[in-house]
Design a protein around this ligand. Structure first.
Ligand SMILES: NC(=O)C1=CN([C@@H]2O[C@H](COP(=O)(O)OP(=O)(O)OC[C@H]3O[C@@H](n4cnc5c(N)ncnc54)[C@H](O)[C@@H]3O)[C@@H](O)[C@H]2O)C=CC1
Ligand SMILES: O=C([O-])CC(=O)C(=O)O
Length: 252
């Protein structure tokens, strides 16, 4: 059974820890000790204060659900320690130089970097952008101001521009833009809106290309402990882990 280590023991990790589908969590690490200890009580897996000790454990795959910074700081070491990695804070890969370096380390070590679909649907078939022209790719994300930690009584456009600039400004809110970019191999135009009238995390994706066009709108229920994060993101990781060893692979 695949041995999973959780890097980051916050909101997403807690949903994973409470899941009953049989994920085998064997080690935990969080910069805040109490968070790892809390998940230790739920899973029975040991919590390690130091990252170095955590990564020495008998882990097959590390699930990062921590922060963009945690990926920058630890992803290379995880791969070099012979473990695969699931990266939820995929915004860390917006910078090409870092991304290319990490991929080359994974290739050299014979390891895999897995990017879950996270808080959106449709990421799988968008990979066709790597072989077929895409002429438009726009992500319009709308969240309640509370999720974005701002105060406004009306709908406001907080950002309009490139994904890499947006993730630098909102590292906890727009990882999906970078996932879309990596899947499609195409630059994403991003709009980030704060709207007090919405209580869900909404992502609208507009795509045009040689295949035709599509429009997708998802209205995600936020996680109770962290309204910036959609519950779907945690479900997507659980699903990824449950499918790792299946003989049939569904989706592009
Ligand atoms: N790709 C996607 O679609 C999505 C990505 N995310 C990202 O996933 C990550 C996790 O989300 P949540 O669980 O809601 O966040 P959270 O804030 O509830 O939990 C993160 C935990 O990681 C810990 N942490 C942060 N940096 C660390 C480091 N360098 N070393 C060790 N521990 C560290 C924090 O102390 C915290 O306990 C966030 O970066 C979030 O932006 C969230 C939703 C969707
Ligand atoms: O959970 C969401 O709806 C999206 C999100 O925070 C992210 O992409 O970082």
């Amino acid at each position: 059974m695949i041995r999973v280590g959780l890097l980051g023991c916050g909101n997403v990790a807690e949903v994973i820890a409470k899941d009953k589908s049989g994920i085998n969590i064997v080690a935990l690490h969080d910069a805040v000790r109490e968070r790892a200890e809390h998940l230790s009580e739920i899973t029975g897996a040991p919590a390690y204060d130091s990252f170095e000790e955590f990564i020495r454990q008998d882990i097959d795959i590390v699930v990062e659900a921590a922060s963009v910074f945690a990926v920058t700081a630890h992803a290379e070491e995880i791969l070099k320690a012979g473990k695969d990695i699931v990266i939820l804070s995929v915004g860390a890969l917006a910078e090409k130089e870092f991304r290319d370096h990490l991929i080359s380390v994974a290739e050299k070590e014979g390891r895999k970097i897995r990017i879950p679909s996270g808080a959106i649907m449709g990421l799988d078939n968008l990979k066709i952008g790597q072989i077929s022209g895409i002429t438009k790719l726009l992500l319009r994300t709308t969240k309640n101001p509370r999720s974005l930690r701002i105060n406004t009584g009306e709908r406001v456009l907080l950002f309009s521009g490139r994904a890499d600039d947006c993730i630098r400004q909102y590292p906890k809110n727009i990882n999906v833009a970078v996932a879309l970019e990596l899947a499609s191999g195409h630059e994403v135009e991003v709009e980030l809106w704060a709207d007090p009238a919405v209580d869900r995390n909404m992502h609208e994706i507009f795509v045009e290309g040689e295949f035709g066009d599509f429009y997708l709108k998802i209205k995600n229920n936020p996680c109770p402990e962290n309204p910036a994060t959609s519950y779907l993101a945690a479900l997507s990781i659980i699903t990824l882990l449950n499918n790792l060893e299946k003989a049939i692979i569904i989706g592009t």
